[in-house]
Ligand binder design. Structure first.
Ligand code: NAP
Length: 299
């Protein structure tokens, strides 16, 4: 199997370089990889990359993910999140290849208290969500051989992340306030990458594989607020002997309105992953196990 991976240096892209390697040969492309165009702000150039590599599977982990900045750069966000995936879908269609693409819980309006299922009505609250939704639709319309995974609250030990920020603040400050009215499931990039590889293995080169093409919700099990998430991070750090000025039980709960942001965010980011688990026979571990591992890695 020949796999062309875009966005190789992002949280998910980095883990995909590892998880896809067992499936076949992987050509991994970033924004400025010499010799292979991978800049999504220039979508037309991507066609040449795909046609020159001739992959069986394209995996797109590149995206414009700066949610607040997208409010000021809607055209660029749309080009990267919708126009470029459309070009990839077109290229995949021409080759008879599969396209694996990621989307987000931000396609929903965040209302209600129950997890969103794939067929629930969308209603993005911000530019990022609108452009990601448009990207999904382009992929769906152009290439039936697709897997689209909507996920939420992605983290990785590599690079900056929420857990590192909480650990730093709890060591520097005497007070820590964390939002408790947004609910979701912190999901490790490593888990997403492993689940993606398993799913690709099950659809590609299997006669009945096409029956499982489609849109899936893919996130860790359980649910948490950012407050719950921060508390687990500090509990884990404290258990390892970290000196904290703010112990886990002293974190203060605040509403999102305490931290105004340019982009509005959904309160309910819960995703129902039943369809994915049933289609691929896989389990999604509870969010706590991945977060604990990530904190161990950071420490
Ligand atoms: N992060 C989350 O919480 C979250 C939640 C739900 C869904 N998702 C989705 O999950 C997928 C993976 O996200 P992630 O967390 O891995 O994001 P990430 O760490 O921000 O990675 C995104 C990657 O896209 C690249 N990129 C940005 N603009 C580009 C351009 N013009 N051309 C080529 N590459 C470009 C970035 O490269 P540079 O760093 O060099 O710019 C980066 O390598 C995305 O589809 C995202 O929408 C993420």
């Amino acid at each position: 199997m020949k796999i062309l991976l875009f966005g190789k240096n992002g949280q998910v892209g980095w883990e995909l370089q590892r998880s896809l390697a067992v499936l076949g040969s992987v050509v991994a492309v970033g924004k400025d990889t010499p010799g292979l165009a991978g800049d999504f702000s220039r979508p037309a150039d991507l066609m040449e990359t795909v046609l020159s590599v001739q992959p069986d599977v394209i995996v797109n982990a590149a995206a414009y993910t700066a949610v607040d900045k997208a409010e000021r750069e809607p055209d660029l966000a749309r080009t990267v999140n919708a126009t470029a995936p459309a070009v990839l879908a077109d290229a995949a269609q021409r080759l008879g290849a599969w396209l694996v693409h990621y989307s987000t819980d931000y396609v929903f309006d965040g209302s209600g208290q129950v997890p969103f299922a794939e067929l629930d009505a969308t209603g993005p609250l911000n530019v990022y969500g609108r452009t990601k939704l448009e990207g999904e639709r382009q992929v769906q319309q152009i290439n039936p051989r697709h897997l689209i995974f909507r996920t939420s609250w992605v983290y990785a030990a590599r690079g900056g992340n929420f857990a590192k920020t909480m650990l730093r603040l709890a060591q520097e400050r005497t007070e820590l306030k964390v939002v408790d009215d947004q609910m979701g499931a912190p999901t490790g990039a490593d888990l997403l990458a492993d689940a993606t590889a398993q799913a690709i293995r099950q659809v590609v080169a299997q006669p009945e594989g096409s029956a499982r093409a489609g849109l899936y919700h893919l996130a860790a099990g359980g649910e948490a607020s950012w407050f719950d998430y921060a508390r687990l991070v500090l509990q884990q750090a404290q258990g390892r002997g970290c000196q904290l000025l703010v112990p886990p039980d002293d974190i203060q709960r605040v509403p999102s309105s305490a931290f105004p942001t340019e982009a509005q965010r959904p309160n309910n980011s819960r995703l129902d992953t039943r369809k994915f688990r049933q289609a691929f026979g896989l389990e999604m571990p509870e969010w706590q196990s991945g977060v604990r591992r990530m904190v161990e890695e950071i420490l």
